[in-house]
Design a protein around this ligand. Sequence first.
Ligand code: IMP
Ligand code: MG
Length: 180
Amino acid sequence: MTNKALNTDPRLRVLIPEERLQARIAELGAQIRADYGDRPVTCIGVLKGSFIFMADLVRAIGGDVRCEFLGVSSYQGGTKSTGVVKITKDLSGPIEEQDCIIIEDIIDTGLTMHYLLELLSVRKPRSLQVCTLLDKPSNREIEMAADYVGFSIPDEFVIGYGLDLSELYRNLPHIAVYTP
Ligand code: IMP
Ligand code: MG
């Protein structure tokens, strides 16, 4: 990390350092591979927030992995969920009879994941699970439990490692709390 402005910004406080992220992702990958045996796993990354997590996780899973992406936009530039989910990019092909895992950066109200599970389950995957790097369970507006969770965090707005505030800070190697 060479950007001094990002490292010294007083609005940012490191919550999960890079080493802890990487160690936990190695564990998640090993757990997923053990659970799926030698079956191919279709990882469906939810753009844009999951792109860095997805890149590290698929390498940690190892073996046969298909990479798909789904473009979703739920925030219109602020720090509060609107509950309105817009699909900005669909999968590149059918997922029928595939073992699928939705890869998300963070589950907050649960509204986005609820919508995605409904959207994808009608496409008849063999199985459909959810892996999220971060979980804010105290802020749910709809019941939602991920199958794989990296870290459970308090209800604070976080950025970095793919997560943004108005499209910035995605390139931080760690997760930081943003306090305006
Ligand atoms: P939900 O629909 O409220 O569960 O929110 C899901 C989406 O909101 C995530 O995929 C993120 O893109 C975004 N989001 C929720 N909390 C945060 C946060 O603390 N920082 C950055 N993005 C967030
Ligand atoms: Mg997201």
